[in-house]
Design a protein around this ligand. Structure first.
Ligand SMILES: [Zn+2]
Length: 406
C-alpha cells in the first residue's frame, strides 16, 4: 500500500470537496465565492479551482446577486445548471414498472407507469432493457444529455456492486448483476437501492423530513419496512441491509412468514394481511359499512373515517403493532420525526393517534414527547426515490467527478 494509496486518497478528497461545493451551491445558490469558501471551510483558491471546473462543465452558472437595499455593483453569484442534464429513474414494484426522466434538479420531465408481470417467459432483465429502450425512443425529442440511471426495487440488494440477490414477486431473480448489465448497455453509471431506503432518502432530500438529522420512516404497503436517517445519513446505506421491522415478531403464535419465522409484523400489517383480516372479521360480524362493498384499503379507510367500528378496529390494530416496534426504535435512535408512508394514510386521523399514543406510553418520555408522526410527502408510486440516489451521488461527488471528466 503506502505510496500507492496516496493518489487514490487525493482523488477521494477532490471528489468529496467537489461534491460538498456542488451541494452548497445547490442548497444556497445564488451564492458568492466568498460565502462558498466560508460555508465549505475551504480556502478561496480551492473554491476558485473547483468552481472553474464546474463552470467549464456547465454544471454551475454565474448570475448577478443584488444585495437588498444596496445600490452598488451587483455581486457575482453561482447557481447550479440542471436543465441540460437528464437521468432515468426506474422503479420496479409488484406487477408495475415506473420510468421517469428527470433533470438534475430532480424535476420530472416525463414519467410513465407500465405493467410488468411478475411471471413471464422472458427474463426480467431483458424485459427491463426493452422497456428502457422503448422509453428512450418514445421521448427522444425531450432527452438532454443522459447522466445516470437509478433503480429502486424491493428485495435483497448488494448496493455497492449493483447486484439484486432476491426479489419478492419476481422469483426468477437470483444474484442478478443488473447494475453492470445496464451500465454496459447504456454507458452511464447505474445506482441501485432498496425502494424503502431510497424513498427515505427522497423524503430527506426533497420531502417531509428535509433538514431533520434523525428520522425513522416506516412503510406499510405490500411489504413492511423502515428506513432510518441517522445524523443526516441513511443508516446501512452502503450495504444490503434494510431496517427490517417487517420481520420482527409481534405474535409468537401468528402466521408463518415467508422469511421462515412466525408472526412477523409483515404478516399482520402488510396491505394483503390487513385485507385478509378484514375479510375474516366481516364474515363473522353482521354489521359493517363494508358489507356489500369491494374491500380495498381505500374503502376500509373510508369506512373507518365514517365511524365503522370494525374498520376502525382493524386500522387501530395496525397502529398498535407498528407503534410498539416504533417505541423500541425511538429509544434506540431518538429521532426528531417519524414518517409514515402507506396507503393507510387515507385514514391518518385514526392511524396516527394510535401510533403516537403507543410510542408515548412505551418509549422514554424525554425522547418521545417531542416526536411528530407525519405523512411522507411522496407516495409509493412514481420515481422520486430514484431521484434521491442521483442527488446523493452528485452530493458525495461520485457522479459529479464522472460528469466533470466528461
Ligand atoms: Zn418474516
Amino acid at each position: 500500500m503506502g505510496s500507492e494509496s496516496q493518489p487514490g486518497h487525493i482523488d477521494q478528497i477532490k471528489q468529496m470537496n467537489a461534491g460538498a461545493v456542488y451541494r452548497l451551491i445547490d442548497r444556497h445558490g445564488p451564492v458568492s465565492r466568498i460565502d462558498l469558501s466560508r460555508l465549505a471551510q475551504l480556502a478561496p483558491a480551492s473554491i476558485t479551482k473547483i468552481v472553474r471546473e464546474l463552470l467549464e462543465a456547465h454544471l454551475v452558472q454565474e448570475t448577478e446577486i443584488q444585495e437588498p437595499g444596496s445600490r452598488g455593483r451587483p455581486a457575482i453569484g453561482l447557481k447550479v445548471e440542471t436543465e441540460a442534464w437528464h437521468y432515468l429513474a426506474v422503479r420496479i414494484s409488484r406487477g408495475e414498472l415506473a420510468l421517469g426522466l428527470h433533470d438534475l434538479s430532480g424535476k420530472v420531465v416525463v414519467e410513465e407507469q407500465l405493467p410488468l408481470a411478475p411471471e413471464a417467459e422472458e427474463a426480467l432483465s431483458l424485459r427491463l432493457c426493452t422497456e428502457i429502450d422503448r422509453f428512450f425512443t418514445r421521448h427522444q425529442h425531450q432527452l438532454e444529455r443522459l447522466t445516470a440511471i437509478a433503480i429502486t426495487l424491493p428485495g435483497i440488494i448488494d448496493t455497492a456492486n449493483g447486484i439484486v440477490r432476491r426479489m419478492p414477486f419476481y422469483e426468477e431473480v437470483r444474484d442478478l448483476p443488473l447494475g453492470e448489465l445496464l451500465e454496459q448497455r447504456i454507458g452511464v453509471p447505474v445506482y441501485i437501492q432498496h425502494d424503502i431506503s431510497a424513498w427515505t432518502m427522497a423524503e430527506s432530500l426533497f420531502g417531509a423530513s428535509k433538514g431533520a438529522r434523525d428520522v425513522i420512516q416506516v412503510v406499510i404497503d405490500h411489504n413492511v419496512g423502515a428506513g432510518v436517517i441517522s445524523d443526516g445519513r441513511l443508516l446501512h446505506g452502503g450495504s444490503s441491509s434494510l431496517v427490517e421491522i417487517g420481520h420482527t415478531q409481534v405474535d409468537p403464535y401468528g402466521k408463518r412468514c415467508y422469511c421462515g419465522n412466525h408472526g412477523c409484523l409483515e404478516t399482520i400489517a402488510s396491505v394483503e394481511s390487513i385485507l385478509e383480516l378484514a375479510r375474516q372479521r366481516l364474515a363473522q360480524s353482521g354489521s359493517s359499512l363494508l358489507n356489500g362493498r369491494a374491500l380495498t384499503i381505500a374503502s376500509l379507510c373510508e369506512a373507518a373515517q365514517a365511524g365503522d367500528p370494525l374498520a376502525r378496529d382493524i386500522i387501530q390494530g395496525v397502529g398498535l403493532n407498528v407503534g410498539r416496534i416504533l417505541a423500541i426504535m425511538v429509544n434506540l435512535l431518538n429521532p426528531q420525526k417519524i414518517l409514515i408512508g402507506s396507503p393507510l394514510n387515507q385514514a391518518t386521523e385514526i392511524l396516527y393517534p394510535t401510533i403516537s399514543d403507543c410510542i408515548r406510553r412505551q418509549a422514554l418520555p424525554a425522547y418521545s414527547q417531542h416526536i411528530d408522526v407525519i405523512s411522507t410527502c411522496f407516495d409509493n408510486q412514481g420515481t422520486m426515490a430514484g431521484a434521491a440516489l442521483v442527488k446523493d451521488a452528485m452530493y458525495n461527488g461520485s457522479l459529479l467527478i464522472r460528469l466533470l471528466q466528461g
